[in-house]
Structure formats: C-alpha cells, structure tokens
Design a protein around this ligand. Structure first.
Ligand SMILES: NC(=O)c1ccc[n+]([C@@H]2O[C@H](COP(=O)([O-])OP(=O)(O)OC[C@H]3O[C@@H](n4cnc5c(N)ncnc54)[C@H](OP(=O)(O)O)[C@@H]3O)[C@@H](O)[C@H]2O)c1
Length: 341
C-alpha cells in the first residue's frame, strides 16, 4: 500500500517525509482490531511535534507513518469483534489513533490502518468522509473534553481564544448551540468565519494588541464564565481576573513543551499572595478514545455541530504541503488529506 513515511526529524519537507510503498497490514486483523481502508486523514499540530521530536533511529520508529485522524471503510474485523457489532465490514467509521499506534508510527497517512474497534465511531449520517475525519478525530474529541470540563449552559458567557482553528471552530459552535454567548478571538481574516459558526462577536487579536488589555476594557462589566484557550496565551490568563468571573474557569489545551512547564506550574500551584493568578486554571490533555468520537457524532446528530470547517483538502501526493500549511498556524478549521485515489 502507499504510505507516507518519516525519513528524518524536522519540519515537514521532501527530505523528512517520503511517499512510498509499505506492506499492507494482514487481513483479517488479530484480536479486537479492525482493518480500515482510509478515505481521508485529518492533520493536527501534534503530528508536527511527533515529526520533530520522536527519534527516527528507534527500532520501532524506522519509517514511521504519521497521521492520527482517519475516516474510512471497515474491510475486515478481528475474531474478537462481536458478530452483532455495527463496526463490521462495510461500515464507514472515523476517529483518532491511540497511544500505541502513535508510538509505533502506524499512522493514518496510509491506505490501510489497523485500529482497535473501541477507538472508532460510525460516521454520522450526512457527513462526508473528509468532514468526519476532521470532526471525529483529535480536534472534535478535544472539544468534547473542554466542554465536558466546563458544563456550558444557556445564559453563560464564554470566550474562545484560537477560535478559527481545528479545535476552536468546534468549541464556538457547540458553546453557542448550548445557549452561551460566545466571543471569539481570531485575526480579522477569520472574523466572518467564526461569526458564521455562531460567535456573537469576534475580537481581532492583531489590531487589538495587546489583546488582554482590550479584553479587560471591553468585558470588565460583562465577565465570562469560561475562557477556552486553544492558542496558548499566558498573557490572557494572567490578565483574566479583569474579565473572567471569580467562580469562572480558564481551560487551556496548550501547554507542555510548546509553552514551557514553568507557566503551567505557576498557573496551577503558585498561591495568589506570591503572585499567582486568582482564577482556576485547567490544562487538558486528550488520550484519543472511541467514546469521545461517539460524543462528537452525537453533537452532529443532535444538531449542535452543523459545520465541519475545512481549510483545504489535499491530494495524498501533496501531504507535505498540507503539513506545511498546518505548521504555518494559519489553518481555518481542519486540513484534510484525501488518501484514497
Ligand atoms: N491538549 C491536547 O490534548 C490538545 C489537543 C488538540 C490540540 N492541542 C493544541 O491546541 C492548539 C490548537 O489546536 P488546533 O488543532 O485547533 O490548531 P490549528 O487548527 O492549527 O490552529 C490554527 C489556528 O490558530 C489560530 N491562531 C494562531 N495564533 C493565534 C493567536 N496568537 N491567537 C489566536 N489564534 C491564533 C489561527 O487563527 P488566525 O489565523 O485567525 O490567527 C488558526 O486559525 C495547538 O497548540 C495544539 O497543539 C492540544
């Protein structure tokens, strides 16, 4: 089968990645695994982190295939998949690969993937495979994590930073559909898009630089119940007491290596009298799982998620350009690769 493989660590390029022929996984798969013919793979910033940092000299990472999100058709199931399961040959499924596959580098930028059946959900009716890959993969599953942590209800006010990206564009839609007033932080170029997704107001963080000072002036009398940060702004968190309710919460998904551990430790542990910020800070991390993928599918079925914003769909041969666009951090919604010819 055709698959992209990592040749060396670094930024995406024709030197670090090659489209090549690798053995097709055995069929039927073992245990409770399923074999999927991949239709589309969606990309995530974590793909770039893995490309950069996981050494290619590790024995199990030689010629690793990148990509976590997938949508496709089940072509065979392992002997332990129950005979009455809806995850059967012919079913159209989507989801994100789990930690084991991430470690082993058997990613979704390949014509076939083997996935434990419990990691997938059926593609919702009326949603194409490209959209399903973008929605039910890492971005959608992370959005479920954020909204579950918050418990957004009608009448609440929420701020979404990074609102036009893969995760933010879904958080905006679902928070609005749950009845919250939504303010979206994005660049001017994406203001109409986020309003189209349901944002009541868009704040241009470039024109309003430093945006945390603008937020402090604009929303001091209308503070938020939750701030969802999908862009990673320590400055917004530090200034948040001016526009986040005392009982409100700052929920971030950006931390670790990209931001440094010092802000995280300070945000979580530093007492207010030593300069800590007097607002609760949560940093969430996703372990991909089928239940979250099913929750996203239910959002679609229930009409909470109406759009799957897709920045661009690339041909399999153009996956390097797709990863380069992802690395530019300018994607509007998801970047998707059409794997099947
Ligand atoms: N913790 C977890 O489990 C987890 C899971 C998923 C993602 N993440 C992380 O969450 C972040 C977002 O992921 P994603 O998939 O949504 O990324 P993405 O789709 O690549 O995000 C691109 C978007 O970021 C916006 N952006 C860039 N700089 C910004 C800034 N300074 N302020 C506001 N918006 C900005 C861009 O909008 P403009 O062009 O309008 O600026 C663009 O629309 C990434 O850092 C990712 O690694 C973490």
């Amino acid at each position: 089968m055709r698959a992209w493989t990592v040749q060396s660590n670094g930024a995406p390029s024709s030197r670090t990645l090659t489209l090549t022929t690798v053995p097709t996984p055995a069929s039927p798969p073992t245990g409770s695994n399923i074999l999927i013919k991949v239709s589309h793979a969606a990309l995530n910033p974590v793909d770039l982190h893995l490309l950069n940092v996981v050494p290619t000299w590790l024995p199990f990472r030689r010629s690793a295939t990148p990509g976590l999100d997938f949508a496709g058709e089940v072509v065979a199931v392992g002997p332990w998949v129950p005979a009455d399961s809806r995850i059967a040959p012919g079913a159209h499924v989507a989801g994100a690969l789990g930690v084991a596959q991430i470690a082993l580098g058997t990613g979704s930028l390949a014509e076939y993937v083997v996935v434990p059946a419990h990691l997938v959900a059926l593609q919702p009716a009326g949603v194409g495979a490209a959209a399903a890959a973008g929605l039910l993969g890492v971005a959608g599953q992370t959005a479920t994590l954020m909204l579950r942590a918050a418990g957004v209800k009608a009448g609440m006010r929420v701020l979404v930073n990074g609102a036009s990206g893969g995760v933010g564009s879904l958080v905006v839609q679902v928070a609005k559909a749950k009845g919250a007033a939504v303010v979206a932080v994005c660049s001017a170029a994406n203001a109409d898009m986020v309003k189209g997704l349901g944002a009541d107001e868009a704040v241009d963080y470039v024109a309003r630089d430093p945006v945390e000072e603008y937020l402090a002036q604009r929303f001091d009398t209308q503070p938020f119940d939750f701030i969802f940060d999908a862009a990673g702004s320590q400055a917004i968190y530090r200034r948040s007491p001016a526009f986040l309710k005392k009982e409100g919460r700052f929920i971030s998904i950006v931390g670790g290596k990209s931001q440094g551990v010092v802000p995280f430790v300070r945000n979580k542990l530093l007492p207010v009298f030593l300069g800590g910020t007097p607002r609760p800070f949560s940093l969430l991390g996703l372990a991909p799982n089928g239940n979250s993928a099913k929750d996203v599918a239910k959002w679609v079925d229930d009409g909470l998620l109406k759009q799957a914003p897709i920045d661009q769909e690339y041909a399999m041969e153009d996956a390097v350009q797709a990863l380069e666009k992802l690395a530019s951090k300018r994607a509007k919604g998801k970047i998707v690769v059409r794997v099947a010819a």
